[in-house]
Design a binder for this molecule. Structure first.
Ligand SMILES: Nc1ncnc2c1ncn2[C@@H]1O[C@H](COP(=O)(O)OP(=O)(O)OP(=O)(O)O)[C@@H](O)[C@H]1O
Length: 265
């Protein structure tokens, strides 16, 4: 689905490479989390993958196409982006209009637009807020409005920048339910996250970016327990991994799986 081949990128006016000869291959239907310190280059990588920045060297291929040769509307058919400040993606005065905007641009029938909008509102628990002004909503709900727009458009690749931040417990569970639904439909997802418990709960492949290069790439237990993440620093290991490590066991990453394994030991 997405191939980053030997990618190098420097921000204008800087001498050092922000990303240095980075290669990454995402299969269709894979869900991958990108973790690493502040300034490691995660958002820059996501913007390159979205075609919003151009690499100095290397090639990005999206569904067999050279990304740098794809025009914005063609890229939009394949890629949905959730920025860190998702509220800046919202322009309309009603939640419903925000969702239908992208669908109308795709020239879908009214029935299809209504069907997709109703489903997106329902999945994102926004049905009762459909006629509200997005700016009257709180941060978690506003983020779900941006998520609902992606849901309705159904791009095969989602690029999410710290999607779980700003949610309270209720809206985090709504978002995680949405993520499970989206995964079950085979959508390819690349997400940035600093929440390693969230990463361990949802992603079977984790990439640890360090100083603009891939330091580790593998399962959550492999990557999140790697030495760098164990040391005191900005990325503490997720709770279940720390527990497994302390007890010297290799148990599942979900609370349910962990309890099952513990009870049947
Ligand atoms: N618009 C910009 N102009 C110049 N340098 C930038 C710009 N955006 C980011 N950088 C620099 O590029 C490097 C990587 O930044 P980036 O935002 O990609 O890191 P990150 O891993 O996403 O960090 P965080 O976890 O804090 O979001 C940093 O040194 C940052 O200062």
């Amino acid at each position: 689905m997405l191939i980053l081949d030997n990618l190098s990128f420097r921000w204008p006016g800087t001498d050092s490479y922000c990303l240095d000869r980075l290669s990454l291959h995402l299969q269709a239907g894979e869900q991958v989390a990108l973790v690493g310190d502040n300034g490691a280059g995660k958002s820059t990588l996501l913007r390159l993958a979205a075609g919003l920045l151009n690499a100095e060297k290397g090639l990005i291929t999206l569904a067999g196409n050279n990304l740098s040769e794809m025009k914005a509307p063609q890229r939009a058919e394949y890629i949905g982006i959730l920025f860190q400040e998702a509220e800046k993606q919202i322009f309309h005065t009603k939640v419903r209009d925000e969702i239908t905007f992208g669908l109308k641009r795709q020239r879908l029938s009214k029935e299809e637009i209504d069907r997709r909008t109703a489903r997106a509102l329902d999945l994102c628990q926004l049905t009762e807020l459909a006629d509200s002004h997005p700016l009257d909503l709180h941060a978690g709900q506003r983020r779900m409005v941006a998520v609902a727009c992606l849901t309705a458009l159904r791009p095969p690749l989602l690029l999410l920048d710290e999607p779980s931040r700003d949610f309270d417990a209720h809206w985090l569970s709504v978002f995680e339910h949405w993520l499970n639904e989206t995964r079950s439909q085979g959508t390819t997802i690349l997400t940035i996250s600093h929440d390693l418990d969230f990463v361990a709960r949802h992603f079977s492949r984790v990439i640890h970016l360090k100083n603009g290069a891939i330091a580790h790439d593998g399962s959550p237990s492999h990557v999140l327990l790697a030495t760098e993440l164990q040391e005191p620093g900005p990325l503490p290991a997720p709770t279940l991994n720390s527990l497994n490590h302390a007890l010297g066991i290799d148990y599942p990453q979900t609370v349910e799986g962990w309890c099952e394994a513990w009870l049947s030991r």
